[in-house]
Design a binder for this molecule. Structure first.
Ligand code: XMP
Length: 319
């Protein structure tokens, strides 16, 4: 007779048994997984847990603020918020290869995280919101043995370096189960129902080189798109929806002038676990309305296209 409440209680007991009186440090990404892991661990061991939120400046509009206020305000969980935007953006300058971007972001994330962990006197355990699909997809792909499709962003390497053991209470769960567990733990519905967001953030939604201006432009377009999706009542029917800023300029007309600006691609998919995905079939009228708003309201974008590729053969993200 399986229930989420029973699962929660069993995991709390497991965490207490594993951790004892040890100190745990947890990296928050801004996403649902690390948040659920942190709240669960906090229920189990209280202030033996410290959370570290490395803010790489590659978040969506408002996202960093929401995480910080949720943790400090609603849960009173000790949280270190590190503003590392400059460090990440300066290191990303000149880097355009997708895997090189991921590797730089992953490595820098670990460096910053490690420095913060040392500042608070270290920890015995490192907590991560690793899910079952992460365990599978980052190890291999059915196309062949040990082919890494994309190096997923986690703090690999750090546990050994700092002599920490891993605490991964979500390792057996799929995304919908993590959301159910989050609800069981009392996390607000708006937070639990959030679309997944990748660790490398907007950097993998800006094909090619990333800079602050591109991030700001993308944040504006993405915000309009998500606003319209929420207004149309479609947010919960979609697994992930986001805008992508393409490194392509095209010609347009605005008033009596010619424009030569960037292209924004819109992506929306349905999925069960992110392993496969179908394109969300918006009405043409909905897409036109979004395209019109983006071109009118966002400086630097004069064309909007919709991505009609399922996974496979496409991936959900563009990099
Ligand atoms: P793809 O693009 O591989 O995405 O079809 C599948 C799911 O994984 C997310 N994703 C990532 N998450 N680090 C992450 O933490 C990454 O490097 C990464 N790449 C993709 C993606 O948003 C989708 O939910």
């Amino acid at each position: 007779d399986w229930s989420m409440a029973g699962y929660r209680d069993a995991k709390i007991a497991d965490i207490r048994k594993q951790v004892g009186k040890g100190k745990v440090i947890c990296g928050l990404s801004g996403g649902v997984d690390s948040a659920v892991a942190a709240v669960l661990i906090h229920e189990a061991i209280g202030d033996q847990l410290t959370c570290v939120f490395v803010d790489h400046g590659l978040m969506r509009s408002q996202e960093a603020e929401e995480v910080v206020s949720l943790f400090r305000g609603a849960y009173n969980i000790p949280l270190v918020h590190v503003d590392a935007e400059e460090l990440f953006l300066s290191g990303l300058a000149g880097v355009s290869d997708p895997e090189a971007k991921r590797k730089f972001i992953g490595k820098t994330f670990i460096d910053v995280f490690e420095a913060e962990a040392k500042k608070i006197g270290g920890a015995d355990f490192l907590a991560q919101g690793t899910l079952y699909p992460d365990v599978i997809e980052s190890v291999s792909f059915t196309g062949g043995p040990s082919v890494t499709i994309k190096s997923h962003h986690n703090v690999g390497g750090l546990p050994e370096r700092m002599n920490m053991q891993l605490v991964e209470p979500l390792r057996e769960l799929f995304k919908d189960e993590v959301r159910a567990l989050g609800r069981e733990l009392g996390l607000p519905e708006a937070f639990v129902g959030r679309h997944p967001f990748p660790g490398p953030g907007l950097a993998i939604r800006i094909p090619g080189e990333v800079d602050k201006e591109k991030c700001d432009t993308l944040r504006k377009a993405d915000r309009i798109y998500l606003e319209e999706i929420r207004k149309a009542g479609l947010y919960d029917a979609i697994w992930q929806a986001f805008a992508v800023l393409l490194p392509v300029r095209t010609v347009g007309v605005m008033g009596d002038g010619r424009t030569y600006d960037r292209v924004c691609a819109l992506r929306a998919v349905t999925s069960v676990d992110g392993m496969t995905a179908d394109v969300y079939p918006f009405d043409a009228a909905f897409l036109s309305a979004v395209a019109t708003r983006i071109v009118n309201e966002v400086n630097g974008i004069n064309r909007v296209v919709y991505d009609y590729t399922s996974k496979p053969p496409g991936t959900i993200e563009w990099e």
